[in-house]
Design a protein around this ligand. Structure first.
Ligand SMILES: NC(=O)C1=CN([C@@H]2O[C@H](COP(=O)(O)OP(=O)(O)OC[C@H]3O[C@@H](n4cnc5c(N)ncnc54)[C@H](OP(=O)(O)O)[C@@H]3O)[C@@H](O)[C@H]2O)[C@@H](O)CC1
Ligand SMILES: Nc1ncnc2c1ncn2[C@@H]1O[C@H](COP(=O)(O)OP(=O)(O)O)[C@@H](O)[C@H]1O
Ligand SMILES: [K+]
Length: 477
């Protein structure tokens, strides 16, 4: 089962993997034609009713596979308003091939005749609101006809996520949907074929630029408004929480606060005047701080616990007690990862970002190959009921509640330098304020790796600050 939004991600990831949408459209159209042939008699009169988007494009392709029926194509609207390039190219092919094609300029041009079979390629997943004219009338004419109706992807006028109909929808006899079942198509009255259109399985698994669509913007557009983040860290190390906090800002968080021991607050502040620090008395985190930290964390969208916190027993006990009592979203990195198994009964939604050594401390056993790591990470995530991002050459990310597992390939060997993990935690924190944990972790790893690639193109070695500098750049790329 796949939603329209998820389908758009997978489709864009397939393109990133070298399978462009026009190729998918060819497979979609061919799959539609196959179902048409199953339901048509040799001399049947076949009419194809097409809209101006890619749903229409699929039906233009289908037309070329239905030559035996000498089909008629009725385009709803003027050809020059066809809204996508690949659909236009397939329309041009019908023109050049001397197919029987017609443009219905308005609802008066909508005589369908008495076809035995109608292909409905008017509106697919791109429908917005109630069908306008001439689509509205065309849908009514199709429903009045006695012919068998085969719908492309979704019955036109129906929302494929919810099955709801804004005003009218095609009453399809058969629907040919693509790649995976859509939630709204599940009803006993419908016969649905799910066609494999050649989207590689890895378009689901690998994190690619299509995943950026989840940020609620086109992959090429600008950063939107994100949420608020509280970084809890520092003590023995001052650089780490400052890097995490700056990375969260770079990834688009609106406000980033840092709760750190008094002894390091001034140093953290000096890194970036945009950071707001909340000093904790003393020189390391201890149990006396937990109550005030829980109050501060309740005020933000996401807490990031761990950068530079150190491994003192008192600090780890405080971290465990914080995790146990917290009920929001918390990214856990570095030393506190070891206490996660003892705090796994928490109501908090945890996103854990271990490297291989920390993964072992959490009770996992990472294999050498990333394919095997997919099982290892899924197992630990499921056992603990958390999201896990295991860092490495290929990062492996799994969601403990659904078992969904992703792999990120971006990054460069130069990123083994210290501090890149702190940057990653901040990026994931910023994204976790606007996305589900699995998506925040996956896109965080992807963006961190892309920033590293870009930084290492410019210099022989890279620092964590180079990464941070490149985060907004790769987000806009
Ligand atoms: N995703 C995938 O991976 C794959 C998707 N594929 C296929 O692409 C389809 C989605 O294509 P899509 O995005 O071009 O949208 P689509 O459904 O043709 O509608 C857009 C057109 O309809 C119009 N329009 C909108 N609302 C309207 C209204 N209320 N009343 C009237 N008109 C309305 C809108 O016009 P506009 O509003 O822009 O003027 C525009 O012209 C999908 O269903 C599947 O078939 C496959 O090829 C392979 C893989
Ligand atoms: N050899 C590598 N190739 C690609 N990316 C890497 C490599 N080593 C580390 N990274 C990336 O660097 C980031 C930090 O990972 P790591 O260095 O393991 O963290 P830490 O700083 O906690 O030790 C991760 O996003 C990871 O994907
Ligand atoms: K349709």
């Amino acid at each position: 089962m796949i939603t329209i939004e998820e389908m758009a991600v997978v489709d864009a990831n397939a393109a990133a993997l070298g399978v462009p949408r026009k190729q998918l459209m060819e497979s979609s159209g061919r799959a539609v034609a196959r179902v048409v042939r199953e339901h048509a008699e040799p001399d049947d009169d076949v009419v194809i009713v097409a809209g101006r988007g890619n749903n229409g494009g699929d039906s233009f392709v289908a037309t070329r596979f239905l030559d035996a029926y000498d089909p008629t194509v009725l385009l709803l609207g003027r050809a020059k308003t066809i809204s996508t390039e690949i659909s236009w190219e397939n329309w041009v092919a019908l023109n050049r091939g001397e197919y029987d094609i017609r443009e219905a300029r308005d609802s008066r041009d909508l005589d369908l005749g008495t076809p035995d079979l109608i292909v409905d390629g008017i509106l697919g997943t791109g429908v917005r609101g109630a069908p306008r004219e001439p689509a509205h009338t065309a849908i009514e004419r199709i429903n009045e006809s006695d012919g068998t109706v085969v719908s492309v992807d979704v019955p036109s006028g129906m929302d494929a996520n919810s099955g709801t109909v804004a005003s009218v929808a095609v009453d399809a006899d058969h629907t040919v949907t693509f790649h995976d079942m859509k939630p709204g198509l599940e009803s006993p009255e419908q016969s649905v074929t799910v066609a494999d259109i050649g989207i590689p399985a890895m378009a689901d698994t690998l994190v690619e630029r299509g995943d950026l669509l989840r940020l609620g913007r086109a992959p090429n557009s600008h950063k939107g408004d994100n949420g608020t983040v509280l970084v809890i860290g520092g003590g023995p190390y001052t650089g780490a929480p400052a890097l995490t906090a700056q990375a969260a800002l770079a990834a688009g968080a609106d406000i980033v606060r840092v709760a750190c021991p008094t002894a390091v607050a001034e140093t953290v502040q000096s890194f970036n005047e945009g950071l707001i620090t909340t000093p904790l008395t003393g020189d390391r985190l201890d149990s006396d701080h937990v109550t005030s930290l829980l109050e501060a964390a309740a005020e933000v969208d996401v807490a990031v616990l761990g950068p530079g916190l150190g491994a003192h027993d008192e600090s780890l006990a405080a971290a465990q007690s914080f995790i146990s009592s917290f009920d929001g979203t918390c990214v856990v990195d570095a030393d506190p990862l070891g206490v996660v198994p003892d705090a796994a009964d928490t109501d908090a939604s945890l996103v854990c970002t271990p490297h291989a050594g920390e993964f072992r401390r959490m009770g996992g056993d990472p294999s050498d190959s990333w394919r095997d790591r997919m099982d290892d990470v899924r197992t630990l995530a499921t056992d603990l009921g958390v999201t896990v991002l295991l860092k490495g050459r290929y990062d492996v990310i799994a969601d403990g509640s659904t078992g969904r597992t992703r792999v990120n390939r971006s990054g460069t060997p130069e990123m083994t330098v210290g501090g890149t993990g702190d940057v990653l935690a901040g990026i994931v924190g910023a994204f976790a304020s606007v996305l589900d944990p699995i998506h925040a972790a996956a896109i965080g790893a992807y963006i961190n790796g892309r920033a590293g690639e870009r930084a290492s193109n410019e210099r022989a070695s890279i620092s964590p600050l180079d990464l941070i500098e490149n985060v907004p750049v790769v987000l806009d790329a």
